[in-house]
Design a protein around this ligand. Structure first.
Ligand code: CP
Length: 315
């Protein structure tokens, strides 16, 4: 474990984290990994702390993973979703969160469809805030668990060719991964239809290709992103069928890949669109390992924010 001492109040994104902070989270996650393998899957690290999980946009993996991580650290937890909360009666997010804070909550985990919502919240709350995905901006714990999984499967991140294929434009997962992976020395490539690659993304230090074969041949790791139809108000490609014809990862496309390529996907997977079922369930896929690793990574983040006296708020 590194000598570095955590000092931040919140985890809002990887854009503002230093490489040393990212490495410290990954090292801390490693030390929590075996808790989930014990017969009694619990440690007292957050006993007496209260965590509110505020999920105002649908989620399966992230919500369940945070809840399990909190329980494994012995925290008390409350769950708030949009339906069933007073937001449907017109209460503002800020008012709701100030009310939650008066209940002496120590930490708020927040997913929201608006980019920047957790940043705003963090400025108003004394409690720590973790961004569990905000609009198309960032999904830091997903990127951290992706990096943890790469380290587990490849033994390193520096120097690896890591390629993201799909809807980069609407992907908070891609954005957080790009910030994190480039800081740790990976060579990041993004691939997809021109309309789904943000203009100027090269400025973040990534390579762009529109050619799937080229992207696949060079990759040590391929991280697939689904087409986020729920965030699209216009047509970015002619049809799902045409998208799949040009950019789907299937057995034939993988014939061009390195023999030890690793296939990742943050989920939810749209089988038959960005990836075929035989690849999802095949030997190169580590998609379920990513889900398992999410618990240790989220335990690490919760522990660092809640278990130490962080004071600095990000702008
Ligand atoms: N990867 C991810 O964020 O999945 P959920 O939307 O199910 O949480």
């Amino acid at each position: 474990m590194s000598e570095f001492r955590w000092h931040r109040k919140d985890l809002l994104g990887l854009r503002t984290l230093e490489a040393v902070e990212i490495r410290h989270i990954l090292d801390t996650a490693k030390s929590f990994q075996d808790v989930s393998l014990r017969s009694v899957k619990k440690v007292p690290a957050l006993r007496g702390k209260t965590v509110a999980n505020l999920f105002l946009e649908p989620s399966t993996r992230t919500r369940v993973s945070f809840e399990l991580a909190e329980k494994r650290l012995s925290a008390d937890t409350i769950q708030i979703q949009k339906t069933g909360s007073s937001m449907v009666k017109g209460e503002t997010l800020k008012d709701m969160c100030r009310n939650i804070e008066s209940l002496k909550v120590d930490l708020v985990v927040m997913r929201h469809s608006f980019s920047g919502a957790p940043f705003r919240l963090a400025r108003h709350l004394k409690a720590s805030v973790i961004n569990a995905g905000d609009g198309i901006n960032e999904h830091p714990t997903q990127a951290l668990l992706d990096m943890f999984t790469v380290l587990e499967k490849k033994g390193k991140i520096e120097g690896l060719n890591i390629t993201f294929i799909g809807d980069i434009l609407h992907s908070r997962v891609a954005r957080s991964n790009i910030w994190g992976l480039t800081k740790l020395g990976a060579n990041v490539t993004v691939c997809g239809p021109k309309t789904l690659i943000p203009v100027g993304i090269e400025k973040l230090g990534v390579r762009v290709t529109y050619d799937l074969n080229e992207a696949v041949e060079q990759a040590d790791v391929i991280n697939l992103l689904r087409i986020q139809l729920e965030r699209q108000s216009e047509s970015f490609f002619p049809s799902i069928r045409e998208y799949a014809t040009a950019y789907q990862i299937n057995k034939n496309v993988l014939k061009r890949a390195k023999s030890d390529v690793v296939i990742m996907h943050p989920g939810p997977v749209n089988r038959g669109i960005e990836i075929t079922s035989d690849v999802v369930d095949g030997p190169y896929s580590v998609i379920l390992d990513q889900v398992t690793n999410g618990i240790a990574v989220r335990m690490a983040v919760l522990f660092l924010l809640c278990g130490t006296a962080g004071t600095e708020t990000e702008e």
